[in-house]
Design a protein around this ligand. Structure first.
Ligand code: NAD
Ligand code: UGA
Length: 471
């Protein structure tokens, strides 16, 4: 079966870039990305490509090539569903904030709404593709809704989880390690799998496309994220040990990672992982394990999140401790707010929790991030509901210029590993800081020797050293 029209429900960090690349590589297929968020769709349609709702290196070029050729962004969900033979569900699946499984299980209400809408609108057979990250067995619920609410058409459900990382989304999509497609092992299911394989083979070598049954595909996505996050927590768990013993975490990471069985990636010590998915997906995995009575497996995975919370808390508390036990009325400069470099996404960024602890200690937090707006920073902090919005505003300062932001600060915390921070004029920054000047490098990106040679900067980071203070 050759697909002529694709609809993708959800124009977010996954739906937008993924469909842009599918459209770029398949000019004969019409791709319509729909969303209920009009502002988001308007931004995707903005003539000015620097105003796209998502910042991703290389994304603007792909959108420029395909938009209004065979790539369209719209709020008309029903028409797009009606027109398409294949519909991707790429909506958000956040952690539940209510009812059973609150704080752990994935909230599937948006996915279910999509299934019901597809069922209501469809007049011809459809292949429905789960692109969102979903708990294992979700396809069963989707099939159940589709089969029982519209018997006039045939629906095939596939699982095609997305493995892109933000900041490198376009590169990851164009040159993926693998594409995973799960489907029913029936004749109709295998035909649907083949239709999706044909879309990817426009640019992905066939031997990199893995096809499985639905449940293996759903579970592989959740557990791949758990494995990645586990590596970050494992290396972060060693930072404290390094600091207490004089070992250097980067040397240790290199020694561990050069074992070909382990590999060097995802061993970068940090102030804790952030992002919309790692914590959400692990908590979901923990919930699934607990629901099945697999308590040891649940405890094992939960520890990855517990370690992550510990790492970002201790970073904040070390700032307080180093600044003579009080940060009240002191100015702390934040370099970065995004959860990693090369993205404007701030969901679950360690910055939010670290700022919250420092503001609770009555510090003024002055933030500069090259891609994050003050509006977003405010909304992130207010989202924690720790104090009133007015009070948060009083303690939160943001400038569009990094030197302005860091002016008069008692300490600087490097939160995000943006490359540009490395090439700042640190002599100039030092001269404008309060003395003694402290720099807390939560990403180990700055040149320690250079900083310590400037005036009396007390440079603190995640690796142990002789002259500075350690976290
Ligand atoms: P997102 O919040 O950026 O985007 C989701 C979009 O879906 C929103 O714009 C929302 O308005 C829209 N939406 C929700 N319900 C809708 C409905 N009924 N009709 C139309 N639009 C609707 O989320 P995201 O980061 O793109 O993540 C989407 C899914 O992909 C999640 O399950 C996530 O776990 C998974 N995922 C995310 C990433 C990532 O890097 N962000 C990577 C891989 C997988
Ligand atoms: C992650 C996975 O890498 C993707 O494969 C997956 O598709 C995606 O989650 C998802 O399902 O949402 P992402 O969260 O965008 O991608 O970014 P990562 O590069 O994985 O970084 C996550 C967090 O871990 C960031 O805060 C990053 O700074 C931190 N990290 C990562 C470290 O602290 N050290 C490392 O060595 C690597």
């Amino acid at each position: 079966m050759n697909i002529r029209t694709i609809c993708c429900i959800g124009a977010g960090y996954v739906g937008g870039p993924t469909m842009s690349v599918i459209a770029q590589k398949n000019p004969s297929i019409k791709v319509i990305v729909v969303d209920v968020n009009k502002a988001r769709i308007d931004a995707w349609n903005n003539e000015n490509l620097s105003k796209l709702p998502i910042f991703e290196p290389g994304l603007a070029e792909v959108v420029k090539e395909a938009r209004n050729r065979n790539l369209f962004f719209s709020t008309d969900v029903d028409s797009a569903i009606d027109e398409a033979e294949m519909i991707f569900i790429s909506v958000n699946t956040p952690t539940k904030t209510y009812g059973a499984g609150k704080g752990m299980a994935a909230d599937l209400q948006y996915v279910e709404l999509c299934a019901r809408q597809i069922s209501k609108v469809s007049k011809s057979d459809k292949i429905v593709v789960e692109k969102s990250t979903l708990p294992v067995k979700t396809a069963e619920a989707i099939k159940d809704i589709l089969a029982n609410t519209n018997t006039a058409v045939n629906f095939e459900v596939l699982s095609n989880p997305e493995f892109l990382a933000e900041g490198t989304a376009i590169q990851d999509l164009i040159d993926p390690d693998r594409v995973l497609i799960g489907g029913d092992q029936t004749e109709a299911g295998l035909n649907a799998i083949e239709a999706l394989v044909n879309i990817y083979t426009a640019w992905v070598p066939e031997d990199q496309i893995i096809t499985t049954n639905l449940w293996s595909s759903e579970l592989s996505k959740l557990t791949a994220n758990a494995f990645l996050a586990q590596r970050v927590s494992s290396i972060n768990a060693l930072t404290e040990l390094c600091e207490s013993t004089g070992a250097n975490i980067e040397d240790v990471a290199q020694a561990i990672g050069s074992d070909s069985r382990i590999g060097p990636k995802f061993l970068k010590a940090s102030l804790g992982f952030g992002g919309s998915c790692f914590q959400k997906d692990i908590l979901n995995l923990v919930y699934i394990c607990k629901s099945l009575g697999l308590n040891q497996a649940a405890d094992y995975w939960e520890q990855v999140v517990i370690m992550n919370n510990h790492q970002r808390n201790r970073f904040a508390h070390q700032i307080v401790k180093s600044l003579h036990g009080t940060v009240a009325a002191k100015k702390i400069g934040f370099l970065g707010w995004a959860f990693k470099k090369d993205t404007n996404d701030t969901r679950e960024s360690a910055a939010i929790y670290i700022a919250d602890i420092l503001i609770e200690e009555r510090a003024y937090v002055q933030v500069f991030d090259p891609k994050v707006t003050l509006l977003q920073i405010r909304s992130d902090l207010n989202g924690l509901n720790t104090r009133s919005e007015t009070e948060n505003d009083k303690f939160l300062v943001n400038h569009s210029d990094p030197y302005e932001t860091l002016n008069g600060t008692h300490a600087i915390a490097v939160i995000t590993e943006w490359d540009e921070f490395k090439s700042y004029d640190w002599q100039k920054i030092y001269e404008r800081m309060q003395k003694p000047a402290f720099v807390f490098d939560g990403r180990n990106i700055l040149d320690q020797k250079k900083l310590e040679s400037i005036g009396s900067v007390s440079y603190t980071h995640l690796r142990a050293h002789e002259t500075g203070r350690n976290l």
